[in-house]
Design a protein around this ligand. Structure first.
Ligand code: 5GP
Ligand code: MN
Length: 317
């Protein structure tokens, strides 16, 4: 491990032009981690390009440095880093065929797809790994970096309420506050505030909410998005509401992408349930308590297959 850290440190210190990439449908940890690393490298005089296939969602545009993020990488780089990505497919088109030198991630299902792979499934967020490691690698934390890192911690722990939150995570958050991150404002923007179309879209999903065999689920169609005026292709975090419902062991959201593609989110609601193992069966991945996949097939076909596989997993327990 010490060898891995010193190898990462020397690659980062030696590089002049660095590309940083994260995953499609980026969340607060993807963007917060990318910006924290990017700003830290820029503060050391490096040229940094940051690319996200889907760009920055409007809910995260307040993060310092987010205006620098582009959709495609362009030019030559000495070093390519991915953050918060569990496999190459998750980077979308942002790498444009380049091979990652360094992978920094915290997913349980991560392939070692980089040359140097710093993967810590026990960390609550990729931002937690960076909060700990950046200063040790020679990149000091500043207030804008702290705001990005704190956002990653807040979003991946749903506001410090997931079961993997440790005293160390709260100490990290306290340090980021001391560096100038505005916890109240960042928390509110990342987890509480939503748009009117987003709330209308939730309403469409909640009308078809169902519960059977320990599974609670809801589906969102492209027509729902259009009717609500919601511009994202995600569930607008409705999964967080569906997974708050008692009497279920697993919560699932089905989000129609097009006629032949459906996005799934699973949440394990009891400690004995491992939803990453179900997501992997469908080519996806994630964590024991939160996983996802994008599956080929229409919404109704995929819904049937996913419910059957989830039911089977629960029955085997
Ligand atoms: P969400 O359901 O919020 O999209 O994702 C839950 C967790 O599963 C996150 O940690 C996310 O990175 C991971 N995840 C979501 N979709 C996919 C996917 O298609 N492939 C993989 N490997 N992981 C995914
Ligand atoms: Mn993450």
């Amino acid at each position: 491990m010490a060898d891995l850290h010193s190898a990462i440190q020397s690659r980062l210190q030696a590089a002049g032009r660095v590309l940083i990439v994260s995953h499609i449908r980026p969340d607060g940890d993807a963007i917060g981690s990318m910006l924290a690393l990017g700003l830290a490298l820029q503060n050391s005089g490096k040229q940094v390009q940051m690319a996200l296939s889907d760009g920055v969602p409007s809910s995260l545009k307040h993060l310092p440095g987010s205006e620098q993020i582009r959709k495609k990488s362009e030019g030559e780089f000495d070093l390519v880093v991915t953050v918060d990505c569990s496999d190459l497919k998750r980077t979308g088109s942002a790498l444009d065929g380049r091979k990652p030198d360094i992978v920094i991630d915290h997913h349980a299902t991560t392939d070692a797809f980089g040359t140097l792979n710093l993967v810590e499934p026990e960390s609550v967020a990729t931002a937690s790994i960076l909060t700990r490691c950046l200063p040790g690698w020679g990149f000091p934390l500043t207030a804008p970096i702290a705001a990005n890192l704190l956002t990653g911690l807040i979003t991946d722990t749903l506001g410090f309420r997931t079961s993997n939150v440790t005293p160390e995570v709260l100490r990290q958050a306290a340090n980021l506050l001391a560096l100038g991150a505005d916890m109240s404002a960042l928390y509110y923007r990342a987890l509480v505030r939503r748009t009117f179309p987003g709330a209308k879209y939730w309403g469409a999903g909640l009308t078809n909410l169902a519960l059977a065999d320990g599974i609670v689920w809801a589906a969102l169609t492209r027509a729902d998005r259009k009717a609500a005026g919601y511009t994202g292709n995600d569930d607008a975090d409705l999964i967080n509401i569906v997974s708050s419902i008692d009497d279920a062991e697993v919560a699932i959201m089905f989000v129609e992408q097009n006629k032949t593609k459906t996005k799934i989110s699973w949440r394990g609601l009891k400690p004995h349930v491992d939803v990453a193992s179900i997501a992997v069966q469908f080519g996806g991945g994630g964590h024991k308590a939160a996983a996802g996949a994008e599956i080929n097939g229409s919404l109704s076909e995929v819904q049937e297959r996913v419910l059957a596989a989830t039911r089977k997993t629960l029955q085997e327990k």
